[in-house]
Ligand binder design. Structure first.
Ligand code: C5P
Length: 406
């Protein structure tokens, strides 16, 4: 989603400056254009050549370099930026910006800013705890500057405490979020994700291949777009998305309980979980012995959560998924009608690049009016964005107002 975004990355003089090289790579990997500005102290910690090589752009260090200033001076940089990020930010740069000083290329660029500014502090723990630094941060936050909280742990100076450079993934996610239009603000979106596990003794269960990637992508994207998100997840190895309410469940019955508890407060429900359709009839408290003969295994149907929600959904928008291996569109349309969904996202699990485990998906989005949107192969985060576009598009002006009022 950072593809084509123009980032000015300001690096100041702290030991964490070396981490901004990795941060530059992350932005470039995501298709952003990065122009790096370094303070005089930053170039004592890491060379401009490293940042030039990684960003593919000249690194700016000097405000009075005539050739560079005419090509890309501070005003040009401020105009160019979709976002200015200062990482790492020392107590000194925070103090200078808070006091309105503009005595080098970075502070001057920030002074002339037209874009959001994200500041990622990294400093000694006593400096970070200093009231003057705290006051400066509060002052800038009140002026709509964005701040990452410094991480906690062992610092390069040997101290233990708050002041570490924030994790790279968190910085990238914060940038994505700042640059995303908050068009789903006011919506409360309940999302289920992942597989469920249906145990039959203390060490065994039945499950499916779902990784949770599609549901987690929906949660991340809905949060970026300003929705209030609750994610109910079956067992998954994925990182919990930041900024969403997260509820961990294991079996289908637990998932049902969590959905029922939270559905009343939601305006949209997206059921991306691959709920196990059956569970073993009995659960043995002791591990079942292998024995010699065949093993009879009896299963019973699990509650169909989405059908239950569909029966009493009111004017909530209900979205389900259909993973099929044959007659994709017909089967998906039938399920949508039977379960009273507003949309169904259908995918053929046999296609390469679609279905469980993969980072991409190939889906068709069907609606109750007979519409069918066929999407090409794309990253699950982009698929999530398109599903949310459908939800947004289906809101009449009246219902959008309702969502905002509640
Ligand atoms: O009928 P099928 O299981 O293919 O329907 C898939 C949709 O129904 C998905 O959205 C899934 O999350 C939901 N579902 C459910 N409870 C079940 C089984 C599926 O909510 N027990």
């Amino acid at each position: 989603m950072l593809k084509g975004k123009k980032i000015v990355l300001g690096i100041t003089g702290g030991i964490a400056a070396y981490k901004s090289a990795e941060l530059t790579r992350e932005f470039i990997k995501r298709g952003a254009d990065v122009k790096v500005v370094m303070t005089t102290n930053a170039i004592r910690f890491i060379t401009p050549l490293t940042l030039r090589t990684l960003s593919g752009n000249p690194v700016l260090t000097d405000m009075f370099s005539l050739t560079k200033e005419s090509e890309i001076g501070h005003i040009t940089l401020s105009d160019y930026a979709d976002i200015i990020i200062i990482a790492p930010a020392t107590a000194n740069i925070i103090g200078k910006i808070a006091c309105g000083l503009a005595d080098d290329l970075l502070t001057t660029t920030v002074m002339a800013k037209r874009s959001p500014v994200l500041i990622c502090p990294a400093m000694n723990t006593n400096m970070y705890a200093n009231y003057i630094v705290k006051e400066n941060i509060s002052r800038l936050i009140s002026r709509n500057y964005f701040f990452m909280e410094a991480g906690y742990g062992e610092l390069a100076c040997g101290a233990q405490g708050a002041g570490r450079f924030p994790p790279l993934d968190d910085i990238v996610e914060e940038v994505e979020s700042i640059l995303t239009n908050k068009d789903l603000a006011g919506e409360r979106i309940l999302i289920t994700a992942g597989p469920t596990r249906e145990p039959f003794d203390p060490v065994r269960y039945i499950t499916n291949y779902s990784s949770g990637k599609m549901g987690y992508a929906l949660a991340i994207m809905a949060k970026r777009r300003g929705a209030d998100v609750t994610l109910i997840s079956g067992p998954s190895s994925l990182m919990r998305p930041s900024g969403v309410k997260f509820l961990q469940v294991s079996s289908a019955e637990e998932m049902r309980g969590a959905v029922i508890d939270n559905v009343g407060n939601s305006t949209v429900i997206i059921k991306a979980a691959a709920v196990a359709d059956f569970r073993p009839v009995v659960f043995s408290d002791d591990k079942i012995k292998k024995g010699l003969g065949p093993f009879d295994f009896h299963l019973v149907r699990n509650p169909d959560i989405i059908s239950e929600i569909g029966r009493n959904k009111g004017d909530r928008i209900l979205v389900g998924f259909a993973v099929e291996t044959e007659n994709l569109v017909e089967n998906a349309r039938r399920k949508m009608i039977e379960k009273n969904m507003d949309f169904i996202v259908a995918n053929d699990a046999t296609l390469p690049g679609a279905g469980f485990q993969t980072d991409t998906n190939i889906v068709k989005i069907l609606d109750r009016e007979g519409g069918l949107e066929e999407l090409p192969i794309m990253d699950k985060i982009e698929v999530a964005d398109r599903i949310l576009d459908k939800i947004k598009g289906s809101r009449s002006p009246q219902s959008s107002q309702r969502a905002q009022r509640n």
